[in-house]
Design a protein around this ligand. Structure first.
Ligand SMILES: [Zn+2]
Length: 210
C-alpha cells in the first residue's frame, strides 16, 4: 500500500498496482468476516437477512469505495501520461453482486454451510472493482474517439481458459466478443490492464508516452 501511494505520486502507478491493492483489501475484509462471524455468535447458527444486510453490505460498499478511489487515481495517472487532461472515472458499484451474496447468506439454514462466500468471492468482488474501472474508462475514451486497448495477462498456472483469453485487445473488439477479457472465475488473479491507446506507446523504462 505504501508502494501504490508512492507510485501514484510518481506518476508510475498502473492497474497492476490497483489489482494488487484490491487483492490485499479483499483479503483483509475476508479475514475480518472470518474473525467476527461464526455460527457460535449467530442466532440459531444462521445469518439472517437483516443481520447479513447490516453487517456484510456496508463492508462490501466500503471496499468498493476504497478500491474505486485508488483505481480512479491510477486512471488519472494513465490519462496524464497519455496527454489527456482529464480525471479518471469511477465505475458504478455493482450492488447486484453484493445483494446476491447477502441473499445467498440468508438463504442457508446454517452459516457454516455458506461461510465460504465471505472468503474468495469477497476478494473476487474487490478485483472486479478494478476491472469495472477499466471498462468504464475504456468506454468513455472510446466514445471520445480514442482507440483504447485492454491487456489481459494470465498468471502462471491459472487455468487453460485464462491462458487462452490473455492478450492485447482493441476495445472495439472486446465489445464485439462479449467482454471475456474482464471475466474472472473463482480464485483467478490474472491481471487486466489498460492503455488509453491513441497510437502512442508507453516506454517501459521511463513510463513516458511517445
Ligand atoms: Zn485467471
Amino acid at each position: 500500500m505504501v508502494t501504490i501511494s508512492k507510485k501514484l505520486k510518481d506518476g508510475t502507478a498502473t492497474y497492476r498496482e490497483a489489482n494488487r491493492y484490491a487483492i490485499i483489501v479483499g483479503e483483509l475484509l475476508a479475514k475480518s468476516f472470518k474473525m467476527n462471524l461464526s455460527s457460535e455468535v449467530l442466532p440459531n447458527g444462521k445469518l439472517y437477512y437483516n443481520i447479513a444486510k447490516k453487517v456484510v453490505d456496508p463492508m462490501m460498499v466500503n471496499n468498493f469505495l476504497l478500491i474505486s478511489e485508488v483505481s480512479q487515481e491510477v486512471q488519472t495517472v494513465l490519462n496524464q501520461s497519455a496527454g489527456l487532461g482529464m480525471r479518471g472515472l469511477k465505475p458504478e458499484i455493482n450492488q447486484d453482486r453484493i445483494d446476491g451474496i447477502v441473499q445467498r447468506l440468508a438463504l442457508e439454514e446454517s452459516f457454516d454451510d455458506i461461510k465460504w462466500i465471505l472468503g474468495e468471492p469477497v476478494i473476487n468482488f474487490s478485483q472486479s472493482v478494478v476491472d469495472d474501472t477499466i471498462k468504464t474508462n475504456a468506454q468513455f475514451h472510446y466514445d471520445a474517439g480514442l482507440k483504447p486497448k485492454i491487456i489481459r495477462t494470465a498468471n502462471a498456472n491459472c487455468c487453460d481458459w485464462c491462458d487462452e483469453v490473455a492478450g492485447v485487445y482493441d476495445y472495439k473488439n472486446v465489445m464485439d466478443t462479449g467482454n471475456d477479457v474482464y471475466r474472472r472465475h473463482r480464485y483467478c488473479q490474472c491481471e487486466v490492464n489498460y492503455l488509453p491507446g491513441d497510437g502512442r506507446r508507453q516506454n517501459a523504462h521511463s513510463k513516458t508516452w511517445t
